[in-house]
Each structure stands twice: as C-alpha cells, then as structure tokens.
Design a binder for this molecule. Structure first.
Ligand SMILES: [Fe+2]
Length: 381
C-alpha cells in the first residue's frame, strides 16, 4: 500500500513522501503570496530547509526565513519574529520544524494582527475570545520530526523568559490551514531524537487513551497511534532511511496530537516543569516518567489496557503493557531516572507546585495532588 493520501481532518493534510514539492501550491490554497518561513536555529542551515526555500522561490514566493528560535521558544523569539514578519510585509507563515519551529511559527501568524500581550491568550477559560480572529494570518505547517504533532494543534507552548514557566497559548484559528507531511524530511534525524520525539507521540496516545473524559473518536485514534509507534518506532530507530517506518511515525505523531484533545495527564504535568527548569528534551522526559505514572493510574486504567493489549500485540493485558513500556524505553537507551539527564531534587517544591498548575493535570485518571505528584517526582528523579 502506498502511504500517500490527502486527508480533510483534522485539517487539510497532504501526506506522502516527496510532497514538500507542493509547498507553492499549498501557499496558493491558503492565500499566501509572501510567506515567512519560521524555523529553529539548528534547522536553518540544513539541506531540507534550503530545499524548501528553493521551492518557495521557484514558485515566486520569495525565500524569507526567520530562525532565531530557541529549543524552548520564548516571547523574546516571538517579538523578534513579529518584527521580521511586519518589516517584510509578509501575509502568512510557513511553520517548519519540530515543536519549536512549528509552535513559534504558529504564534507569529497568530500575533501578527493582535494588540494585547501574548500572555493574555493563555489557554484559560475563554481567554482566546480576546483575540481578533480576522487578524490571524494563514499558516502552512511542515513537520520535520515525528512527535509533537503541533502541525495539527490549535495551541503553542511558549516559555516565559523571566519566570521560566511554560504557558499554552490557544486559539482555534491557530490550526494550520494546510499541513504537508513528507516523511522524507525526517530521515536525517539523529537516533536519539527519533527515539525522544517518537516516544512523545507515544505519550500523547497513552495519556489520551487513559484520560477518563468521554471522547470515543479520540480513543480510537489514540489506540491506533499506540500501535503505529509500537510497530514502527523500532524500525525508524534502527534505520533512519526506512521511509515506510518514517511515514507511519509521522502519522502517529499527528494522531497523538489529535487524540489529546481528550486530555493529557501526569506525564505531561511532570514533563513541562522539568523541561522548563532543567531544559531537558520533552519526549525523552516523558518516556522516563511514563512507568511511574502508569503505576499511579493502574486501578483506573487496568481494564482499558486489558482490552487494548491484544490489539497492540502484547500478551498479558495491563501487566503485559506495563512491562512492555519499560522494555520499550530500554530498547531506545532511554534513562531509567531523570537524574541521568541532569535533573536534581533540590527544586522539588517548585516542580510540584508547577505541575499542579499545569493544564495537563485535568486529564489524569487519578486526581493529582501535591502528595501524589511529589511521590511521582521522587520515584522518577
Ligand atoms: Fe508532548
């Protein structure tokens, strides 16, 4: 079966190897005639980026790029990007990259026509209605990793450079107008990034699947997303040029982010503050946290994983799945403890307080308290 198609949900998606060649056409569909490509510093000089700029130029769309984007993008990156966008007279954004490039690109398009500070649009209640929806510029999203799924998300994560707290900025129109999923763009990812980003997708699916909220559509997507990661991440890790594995992982990433509309949970509630304080890799951090979170939630999720395990090709129901997760982590050389990634216990009080405030808490099957979060951090650090 050729892994190539056009999908109309959650947005217009052009999926398949080589489809970055359609970037000019995608801009036309979105009504963009002078795009600004936003990506991170690391990607700025890579071949896939140069090739994409060449394609834009060949389509008469210029080759403007902004790449002053940190691994955890801040409002300082955003302000610099907005200045380039406005000074250049751009009319849309090509958000290009992993989570950093995609998230900041989406924020540049969102804030291009707003007048209030970005923090006023945090994902709290109906704060998003404060934005002028007509002033949001169109977005084309082009993922170059397979993990975050930000290409199909209606929010971005932005780190406050003063407080080091990660905030989620949300607006329904931040959903990209067109997504190009071209697995060939991911073949150059180093092994540890393939593993870390792939396990982020896995955590999205596992947490969405575990969340108690009623959302059967997300439940189905999360289940198939878990299967794709289990079947194809080992192949993508072993051979980065395995296009079938890269394609299936790119699907799993988009599926994870689609599914987590249903909710995330303690893995992300822990991982956000750890990443903000210790600057660890998000997906890798999630992977280290997952076993302890499964243990905390066991009584609430046992039955649904008993049912899922067979479909996932795992014997032994929930217990088989729990054992599988540790073996899966080990097979990608994921540390067993966060201390191996530079995380220390001296900021424990801050970590617990920040985790309790994290919006991901709402989707965890067991209600999170400072008590059980402290135990989770103690078990994981
Ligand atoms: Fe994540």
């Amino acid at each position: 079966m050729e892994l190539r198609n056009n999908w109309s949900y959650p947005t217009a998606m052009r999926f398949g190897a080589g489809r970055i060649s359609e970037i000019g056409e995608a801009c036309a569909v979105a009504g963009i005639s002078k795009p600004l490509l936003v990506t991170d510093k690391g990607l700025a000089t890579m071949d896939i980026t140069t090739r994409t700029l060449d394609l834009l130029e060949a389509a008469g769309l210029g080759r403007a790029m902004f790449s002053e984007v940190d691994a955890n993008p801040t409002e300082i990156n955003l302000d610099a990007g907005l200045k380039v966008y406005r000074d250049g007279g751009h009319d849309g954004v090509v958000a290009f990259g992993g989570g950093s490039g995609l998230d900041l690109g989406k924020m540049v398009a969102f804030m291009a026509g707003q007048t209030r500070p970005v923090w006023d649009y945090e994902d709290v209640g109906d704060w998003w209605t404060r934005a002028d929806a007509d002033a949001i510029a169109p977005i084309i999203a082009v993922p170059t990793t397979a993990g975050t799924g930000s290409e199909v998300g209606r929010a971005s994560v932005l780190t406050n450079s003063e407080t080091h707290v990660k905030k989620i900025i949300f607006h329904p129109k931040v959903l990209p107008t067109v997504v190009i999923c071209d697995p060939e763009l991911t073949v150059g990812m180093p092994k540890h990034i393939t593993a870390g980003t792939g396990l982020d997708a896995f955590a999205h699916c596992v947490e969405a699947f575990s969340s108690p909220h009623y959302h059967p559509m997300s439940q189905g997507i999360a289940l198939e997303g878990m299967r794709l990661v289990i079947d194809y991440l080992p192949r993508a890790y072993a051979d980065g040029t395995d296009i079938e594995a890269r394609a299936q992982m790119m699907s799993a990433a988009a599926m994870g982010a689609t599914a987590f509309q249903k909710g995330l949970g303690a893995i992300h509630a822990m991982s956000h503050p750890i990443g903000a304080v210790f600057n660890t890799h998000h997906g890798t951090t999630n992977a280290v946290c997952m076993p302890a979170v499964l243990d905390l939630n066991e009584s609430m999720i046992r039955e649904r994983f008993d049912r899922a395990a067979g479909y996932l090709g795992i014997n032994g129901g929930y217990d088989g799945f729990r054992a599988f997760v540790q073996d899966f982590n080990d097979s990608f050389a994921i540390p067993r403890k966060l201390s191996e990634m530079g995380v220390t216990a001296d900021r424990m009080d801050d970590l617990v307080a920040m985790a309790l405030e994290d919006p991901s808490c709402g989707g965890n099957p067991v209600t999170l308290t400072s008590d059980n979060l402290r135990k989770l951090f103690e078990a994981t650090i």
